[in-house]
Design a protein around this ligand. Sequence first.
Ligand code: SF4
Length: 287
Amino acid sequence: MEHLPFLQLSQAHLQVLETCPRKFQYLFLDSLMLPQPSLVSENQVLGRQFHQLMQQRELGLDIQPLLDDNPKLREWFQFFQDAPPPLLTGQWRQSEYQCTLELEGFTLIAVYDLLIRDTSTAQIVDWKTYPRPPRVQLLQQHWQTRLYLFIAAEALGYPPDRVSMLYWFAELPERSASRSRENWLSISYSETLHRQTRETLTKQLTNLRGWVKDFIEHRQDFPQVPLADPKCGSNAQPCSFASACQRYPDRPDRSNTALADLTDLAAIAELPLDPPMGPPMGTPSID
Ligand code: SF4
């Protein structure tokens, strides 16, 4: 089998790939958009600080200086203490735990905010500094959930029905007046879901392999979604790459704002801005 050792894929890559293969090409192969520090929002900085705080807490380090410096972190952490989510009392707890899995010549990568496990059960915990989304299906279907559960079952060796993922949300939905509603969501896993994810992943990665090969060897563009697909947006609100795709040619080119598209997804998944990819994808050749 051809091997693509240069290509590590995170849930962020898979999410974009599923949205639109051409978008994946623009973002990760063409470098039409280069990350700009100025585009990192204040919320993302706060989100990262909260993750750092929870990691330090897990390591038994002093978190008071972080809390003293930042009222928002203090508020979120107080909320966590007042209404803690149902965490397993596993024997092993590891924060910012990185787990990888080789599949179809790619390296799939997950970074768990917190992994709690014992010999028979594993719980993945993810901190979100956003409100709980109204539609649970969005989270169930998101690649962060699917990939993280899949990797836990495959790489850590737990039966799928012994693995679960818990999202905890630090913010209330806008119209919620009290903190009484549960601000966490636990997603269970099963043999059936595991099989479905494997099938989807295998198909996506096989497609990706072919598209990367054609791109490198023949400079052939990745497929676009159909013209009428809502993912291209509308004339009033087009996709950031609509101009490059000649979908709305009279619109200004917004490709340099495409990072914002990724951060929109962050409302669900807090995507890393610098997904681990190894060396740039545009330079290597396929073995
Ligand atoms: S304009 Fe449409 S086809 Fe082009 S990248 Fe955006 S979603 Fe994909």
